[in-house]
Unconditional design. Structure first.
Length: 94
């Protein structure tokens, strides 16, 4: 199983928190630290901010009720579904 990227962790945290106003950054960090051991290190905050910026620029997430809350867009939900699908097995040609 491959290691999840910080961007993927952020998207999964927003989906798991299910807040109608949007997931706050503090709640997202708590969820990530609880579900992904080894993420509590000094440089995590900087990488976390870059992952949120990537999500906003890539139309995967949008701002929620305030600038510190984030929601998934339609593209973000499609991305999440695509990550959960098992990879297709390649058949050998004879």
């Amino acid at each position: 199983m491959k290691k999840a990227t910080t961007f993927e962790m952020c998207v999964r945290a927003i989906a798991a928190l299910k807040d109608r106003k949007g997931a706050s950054t503090i709640a997202m960090k708590k969820w990530i630290h609880a579900n992904y051991p080894g993420t509590e290190y000094a440089g995590f905050a900087k990488i976390f901010k870059k992952a949120l910026a990537k999500g906003l620029a890539g139309d995967v997430m949008c701002a929620g009720a305030s600038s510190m809350r984030f929601k998934l867009t339609v593209n973000g939900k499609k991305t999440l579904i695509a990550w959960d699908k098992p990879p297709k097995k390649k058949s050998k040609k004879k």
